[in-house]
Each structure stands twice: as structure tokens, then as C-alpha cells.
Design a protein around this ligand. Structure first.
Ligand code: NAI
Length: 253
């Protein structure tokens, strides 16, 4: 059974891998045996994340990339293929948010959120798919959200982008099913990271979130690692177009 989840010889590219959920997922994939291509904007934090991950798996390389730019996304994928010779697992994790009432959302806020959270996912998939098709298959894991499924106050632009990620996941899953590329998504619940720190610290929202999670605790990046390994491995070969919510029961409550 362990063989089904073994990623030895596989190469995984994780965007937004310098911290938070991306780093937690990269760590899990490395523990399962994958070599890791780590991408995010800031070269310094990338280097420090790579140093942390290096002893865990066979190999880590960093690719400083702004996923808001399609040319940089293409360079990230080309660089991965040049460095490792293959690409088996693409984790589209980089994401951003600007929370607040919709009446205060500017056009710039909207464009940034859609570009980083949704447009980048499509163009990273587009850049990676030809190599996966040549190799005979691959795994794409997009990071969706509870807001792919339900409305949460103050997150309309973000929710629209993550709803888009859900639909993109389904559409590409169908389009590339015959090429043996499985396209799935993880929908994290409330996970403690830099992105959610202000929400947990808010005297009203923090306790509200806590009270709404049936398991009674927030999540941590390590909580996502097992599902990422599952979706990146042969264990999920007949699963495509799905979102796995890792939310402590939130959506069932
Ligand atoms: P984080 O803010 O800790 O990390 C985000 C990562 O994305 C960082 O490495 C950052 O450098 C990178 N990034 C942001 N903009 C980028 C850009 N333009 N180009 C390249 N890299 C960029 O956030 P967190 O919480 O780890 O989020 C990761 C993903 O999980 C995001 O897609 C987020 O929407 C999603 N998510 C997070 C939840 C949570 O509770 N933390 C819940 C649901 C979804």
C-alpha cells in the first residue's frame, strides 16, 4: 500500500512555496520522496524555505516567480524542466487576498486578486500540460477555498476567484482526462498562516471562526500535506475534477 503513495523519482512544482500552506505541502511531497521546485516572489524567503526542506527530500531548487506575470510563469515551468528533466506534479498554491466590505473594493484590488488567484492557475496549467502529456500523464493540484463553495463576509472578490478555481479544475480535468492528467483541488478551511493571521486576531471574527469549526481548532499547514501527497500520487489515479475540503468539518456544520 505504501507504494501507492510513494513519490520517489517524481518532480513537484509548488507555487507560493516559501511559507504557509505551500511550504507545508512541499514538505509533505518531499517526505513522500519527490524532488521539489519551489516558486514564489521573494528570492530570500524562497532560499530560506529551500534550506529548511533540503534535508527532507532528494532535491530542492528555487524559482523566484511573480505568478501575476504569464512570462514569469512560463519561465518557472521551463526552468523546472531544464533543472529536473521532468514535471509530474504541479501545485498551484500562490494566492492573495484583500479583505473588506465589497463597497470598498477597488478595481486594482479586484484585478490583483483575480490575476494571482485565478489567471495564474490557468496559465501555470497551460505551461505545464505539454510536458505532462509528453511524459504520459501528470497531476495538477489547485488550491481552492471554502469560498469556492460558500459565501463568507468580506471576501467577494476572493470568493469569485476561488469559485473560478473550482470550475477551472473541473474543466481542465475533463479536457485532459484522456491524456492521463488528473486535475483536482484542495479546499483548505481556516489554516493558520500569514494570510489568515489578521482574521484570527480580530476580536469578533477570531472567536466566530473557532466556534464554527466542528473539530474545535484551526488548521495548520501540516494538515494539508496528506491530501496533497494523495492527490499527487498513484493512489488518486482514478480521481479527477474533485475538490477535497480539509476544513475540520466546517462545510458539514
Ligand atoms: P500565505 O500568505 O502564507 O502564502 C502565500 C504564498 O503565495 C507566499 O509564498 C507568497 O509569497 C505567495 N505569493 C503571493 N502572491 C504571489 C505572486 N504574485 N507570485 C508568486 N507568489 C505569490 O498564504 P497561505 O494561507 O499559505 O495561502 C496559500 C493558498 O491557500 C492561497 O491560494 C490561499 O488563497 C489558499 N487558502 C488559504 C487558506 C487559509 O486559511 N490560510 C484557506 C483557503 C485557501
Amino acid at each position: 500500500m505504501a507504494k501507492l503513495f510513494d513519490l520517489t523519482g517524481r518532480v513537484a512544482l509548488v507555487t507560493g512555496g516559501s511559507r504557509g500552506i505551500g511550504k507545508g505541502i512541499a514538505r509533505g511531497l518531499a517526505e513522500a520522496g519527490a524532488s521539489i521546485a519551489l516558486a514564489s516572489r521573494d528570492a530570500e524567503s524562497l532560499a530560506s524555505a529551500a534550506k529548511e526542506l533540503a534535508p527532507i527530500g532528494p532535491r530542492v531548487e528555487t524559482f523566484p516567480t511573480d505568478v501575476a506575470r504569464v512570462d514569469e510563469i512560463e519561465r518557472m515551468v521551463t526552468g523546472t524542466l531544464e533543472a529536473f528533466g521532468r514535471l509530474d506534479i504541479l501545485v498551484n498554491n500562490a494566492g492573495t487576498n484583500r479583505r473588506g466590505p465589497s463597497v470598498d473594493v477597488s478595481e486594482e484590488d479586484w484585478d490583483l486578486i483575480q490575476t494571482v488567484n485565478l489567471k495564474s492557475v490557468f496559465f501555470a496549467c497551460r505551461a505545464a500540460a505539454p510536458a505532462m502529456i509528453r511524459q504520459g500523464g501528470g497531476k495538477i493540484v489547485n488550491i481552492a477555498s471554502l469560498t469556492s463553495q460558500v459565501g463568507i463576509r468580506g471576501t467577494a472578490a476572493y470568493g469569485a476567484s476561488k469559485g473560478g478555481v473550482l470550475q477551472l479544475t473541473r474543466s481542465l480535468a475533463v479536457e485532459w482526462a484522456e491524456q492521463n492528467i488528473q486535475v483536482n483541488a484542495i479546499g483548505p478551511g481556516f489554516i493558520e498562516t500569514d494570510l489568515t493571521e489578521p482574521m484570527f486576531a480580530d476580536p469578533q471574527r477570531g472567536p466566530w471562526i473557532q466556534s464554527r469549526i466542528p473539530m474545535g481548532r484551526r488548521g495548520y499547514p501540516a494538515d494539508l500535506a496528506g491530501v496533497a501527497v494523495f492527490l499527487g500520487s498513484a493512489a488518486s489515479d482514478y480521481l479527477t475534477g474533485q475538490v477535497v475540503y480539509v476544513d475540520g468539518g466546517f462545510l458539514s456544520g
